[in-house]
Design a protein around this ligand. Structure first.
Ligand code: GLN
Length: 276
C-alpha cells in the first residue's frame, strides 16, 4: 500500500534519491518487500517534492507527479537528477480500491513549506473525515481558535481520495501551528488527526509522512517504516533502500520525528487515551 520516503541532509540529487540503493523507492514500486494490508505493487503513479527558497527566503516545497508507474517515466533519470535539494519527500502509489488513478491523487500534497504523503487507507473515508472535521471544529472552537474546520473545506481536496481529503485537514492543522491558533506543533497536529480518525474508524491505516524542508515527521499505524539517522542525515522510509545495518525498523503506533543527529520515537496514543 504505497511506499514513501523523506530525506533531510546534505544537498542531494532528487532523481538519484528515487533510484538510490539495491532496493530503491523505484524498485519498491514493482518489488516491495513489506506490503501489509493488501496490494502487491505500487504502479498507480508517483510523486516527489523538494525544497527551494521562496520569495520571503523561507523554504517552499515544489513537486513533480505522474499517475503512470515510476519505472515508465524517463524524467526520473533524465530530468529529476538535475534538481538538488537538502530535503526530498517521495511517494509511489498503489490506489486503494474505488479511488481514482490520476495525477491529482498522487502524493506528495504540498502547501507552502509542507509536503505530505499517506500510506494506508481509511474505510468509509467520506463519512469518517466529515465526522473528524466536526470533531476538530468543536475542539478548536473550545480552545478558542478561529474557525478552521468547516466540513465544506473537504471540497478543497485535490482528488476524491482519503489521502487528499486527509491532507486538507492536516494542512489546516499545520497552518494553525504557524499562527499558534490551535495545534501547537506539527507533532500535535499529527496526533490530533490520527486520534480523531481512529476514534471514528479504528481499522484506518495511517502511515503519514510530512516534511518542511528541514525535518520530517511520520506516524506508524499498521504499515512498515524504517529510519536511518546519523549526524549528517535523517531518512524515514517505508522500506530501507539498501542493506546498511544502520536502518532501524519503527514499531507500530509510533510518532517519529527526525532531522540530522536527532531521532525521536514516541507512543502515538498516550496510554490514558488508548482505546480497545
Ligand atoms: N488510500 C490512498 C490512495 O488511494 C493511499 C494508498 C496506499 O497507501 N496504497 O491514494
Amino acid at each position: 500500500m504505497c511506499r514513501h520516503l523523506g530525506y533531510v541532509g546534505p544537498p542531494t540529487s532528487v532523481g538519484e534519491l528515487l533510484t538510490r540503493g539495491t532496493h530503491s523507492l523505484r524498485t519498491q514500486a514493482w518489488a516491495p518487500k513489506e506490503m501489509r494490508g493488501g496490494g502487491t505493487i505500487n504502479a498507480d503513479g508517483f510523486g516527489v517534492a523538494w525544497w527551494r527558497n521562496g520569495s520571503g527566503g523561507a523554504p517552499e516545497a515544489s513537486r513533480y507527479r505522474n499517475p503512470d508507474p515510476i519505472w515508465t517515466d524517463p524524467a526520473v533519470e533524465e530530468v529529476l537528477p538535475q534538481l538538488v535539494s537538502g530535503a526530498v519527500l517521495g511517494s509511489i502509489r498503489s490506489a486503494t480500491v474505488g479511488m481514482p488513478v490520476e495525477r491529482a491523487a498522487c502524493a506528495p500534497f504540498v502547501d507552502g513549506r509542507w509536503a505530505f504523503s499517506h500510506n494506508g487507507a481509511i474505510p468509509e473515508w467520506r463519512r469518517v473525515l466529515t465526522a473528524v472535521t466536526s470533531d476538530l471544529d468543536v475542539a478548536a472552537t473550545r480552545a478558542g481558535a478561529t474557525r478552521l474546520f468547516e466540513t465544506a473545506r473537504l471540497l478543497e481536496a485535490e482528488a476524491a481520495t482519503d489521502s487528499a481529503a486527509l491532507w486538507v485537514l492536516l494542512r489546516d492543522l499545520l497552518r494553525s501551528t504557524e499562527s499558534g491558533d490551535y495545534a501547537k506543533s506539527p507533532a500535535t497536529a499529527l496526533r490530533l488527526l490520527v486520534d480523531a480518525v481512529l476514534r471514528h474508524m479504528p481499522t484506518a491505516r495511517l502511515n503519514l509522512l510530512i516534511g518542511d524542508g528541514e525535518q520530517v515527521w511520520a506516524t506508524t499505524v499498521h504499515h512498515a517504516l524504517s529510519a536511518f539517522v546519523t549526524d549528517d542525515v535523517a531518512i524515514l522510509s517505508s522500506e530501507p533502500y539498501d542493506d546498511d545495518p544502520r536502518w532501524q525498523p519503527i514499531p507500530d503506533r509510533k510518532l517519529v520525528f527526525a532531522r540530522p543527529g536527532v531521532l525521536s520515537i514516541e507512543e502515538l496514543t498516550p496510554p490514558d487515551t488508548e482505546r480497545s
